[in-house]
Design a protein around this ligand. Sequence first.
Ligand SMILES: Cc1cc2nc3c(=O)[nH]c(=O)nc-3n(C[C@H](O)[C@H](O)[C@H](O)COP(=O)(O)OP(=O)(O)OC[C@H]3O[C@@H](n4cnc5c(N)ncnc54)[C@H](O)[C@@H]3O)c2cc1C
Length: 378
Amino acid sequence: MNTFLSAEQEAVRQSYLSFANEHIAPLAKDLESHKSCLKEFLQNLGQKGYLGIAVPREYGGQGQSFVFCALFAEAVGMVEPGIGLSLANHYAIIEVLKRYGTETQKSRYLPLLARGEALGTIAFSEEKAGTDFRAVTSTVAKQGDGFVLNGKKSWVVNGEFAGLALVLAKSAESNDALSLILVDCTDKVQQCTGDAGRLGLKSAYLNTVEFKDQKLSPEASISHAKDAADQIAIFSMDVAKVIMAAAAVGLNFAAMNEALEYARTREQFGSSIGQFQGIQWKFADMGTEGEAARLHVMRAAWSLEGEPETFSKSAAMCKWFAAKVARHHSGEALQVMGASGLMEDNKVEKLYRDAKAMEICLGTSEAQKMQLVDLLEI
Ligand SMILES: Cc1cc2nc3c(=O)[nH]c(=O)nc-3n(C[C@H](O)[C@H](O)[C@H](O)COP(=O)(O)OP(=O)(O)OC[C@H]3O[C@@H](n4cnc5c(N)ncnc54)[C@H](O)[C@@H]3O)c2cc1C
């Protein structure tokens, strides 16, 4: 880890871990069961500066590099990975605004996003457009000075209380070309279903959001040039994937720590099970592959600013690899804990469910490989 972090960066990382342990871990169960209000929790993170880590200072953020967002997501992933999904969406829209936004868009939204007064989300998926996200049927048409949006979006993270959504639609005017628009959700014109119950990452909300003749200002469009929508959509997903992968790294080490504690104290055949080589080797694998995933994530996070031409490749690699490592090794951690690991009040049971969802959300593992096949020109 320290290979890439200065002493100052390492100190910040330690402060993130302390914050996650002291202020997020005690709420994890209530956040997962929605007994604690997620919107208030996220707004509180915003007030403390964690939502605006990479927002430039002139727009009210901390002005840090994107690497710090990944470090924060890893710390969060150790205690409540579902929050990592919310962060992934939020940080993605921030990076899109920073790279592609007009000055008006940046000065209007970045301060709100940094303070958590608006929570960001990405609304690409539809009932018939998942991995093939370009198959969206939502439409955006010019109307007067502005636009009008129609369509139904599936699996929108925190859609029911998002303040700003990045929405992918077909442009009604130009031969079905893709268009990306920023929708200020505070208008409340859109309709929204309740949270979709599911296996994992349950603390984040997952809503279907329908836009019916939603009027948008002339400033709503963020994809002006030809092919820009496709490029920006991929960029936003790449940012979100790196954050999700960072949370997966945290999840892997959290599962490992839980299982280690158990292996040291659980006795069978007259000794602790941690004395058996069959158990010890599981930890050797968890530690090694966990560190490899962490290096992948750190490289991808660094490349956003340090080597932008390799960012997309690194993002796809680290999402695929970190989610696989988290799913496999949280399963191994559960195995170490035997029947206790299967119990609903066991943290590893929850981490295992969350890890599986990580292999699907923000693009499946197969989708990451498809992206890599393109980028590596196989
Ligand atoms: C927890 C969670 C959060 C999400 N958050 C968001 C969000 O904020 N915004 C948003 O827009 N969407 C979101 N999604 C949707 C997510 O991006 C999609 O679920 C994902 O892209 C896969 O689409 P699908 O579920 O329709 O599966 P499908 O595309 O129908 O795929 C089904 C299976 O076929 C495989 N497959 C598809 N095409 C190919 C191919 N060409 N070659 C090989 N295999 C293929 C897939 O990998 C998968 O295994 C979220 C989903 C989840 C579960």
